[in-house]
Design a protein around this ligand. Structure first.
Ligand code: CU
Ligand code: ZN
Length: 189
């Protein structure tokens, strides 16, 4: 008969590996996700959602499907606060920028919240798929969970400071963790 003691070592190793995966998960534990359901601001009719998913190489994949837009380009950013209470969306604060970078394009050293532009088709629908390597879904200063997602009326020129001349805020969402994590929404003090 096999002694129960023979299971102790393999179980200990499995547990240790599991803990290390959780601790060093980079963009969040692989497959962890968060969702942002947009609500229209002012007279806009923008609707849709974005999902943020942690990838196995420690980045965050954003996928968005948004409708009700005027055809053409619209700036889209992660903003500092998960607060969509103001009718003009200004309660979401400025671009998410924990390390004091300049505003710019996604994929370069700029605000980690700079997602560039949505490009709406003739029916006013836009999709976006983008990998972010400067943010995480895990708790901490680089987490986008609990922050705001803002869609703008105008194109982001990807260079003007501080916000790319993207104009009015036409939709706002709070980025919410899907894993049951009850971290509070990030709000202005
Ligand atoms: Cu913005
Ligand atoms: Zn920016």
């Amino acid at each position: 008969m096999t002694s129960p003691r023979n299971y102790v070592l393999p179980l200990t190793v499995a547990l240790a590996v599991g803990i290390m995966v959780v601790m060093f998960g980079g963009g969040g534990a692989d497959g962890e996700s968060a969702t942002a359901e947009l609500k229209a601001l002012g007279s806009s009719t923008v609707a849709g959602k974005a999902t943020f998913t942690a990838t196995s190489d420690g980045k965050v994949l954003v996928n968005a499907d948004i409708s009700g837009l005027i055809p053409g380009k619209h700036g889209v950013h992660v903003h500092e606060f998960g607060d969509c209470s103001a009718p003009d969306g200004m309660s979401a604060g400025g671009h998410f920028n924990p390390d004091s970078h300049e505003h710019g394009a996604p994929g370069v050293t700029a605000h980690p919240g700079d997602l560039g532009n949505l490009e709406a088709d003739a029916n006013g629908r836009a999709t976006l798929s983008l990998v972010l390597d400067q943010v995480t879904l895990d708790a901490g200063p680089l987490s986008v969970v609990g922050r705001g997602l803002i869609v703008h009326a105008d194109p982001d020129d990807l260079k003007s400071q501080p916000v790319g001349m993207a104009g009015a805020r036409i939709a706002c969402a709070v980025i919410m963790d899907d894993t049951g994590d009850t971290r509070p929404v990030v709000q202005a003090k």
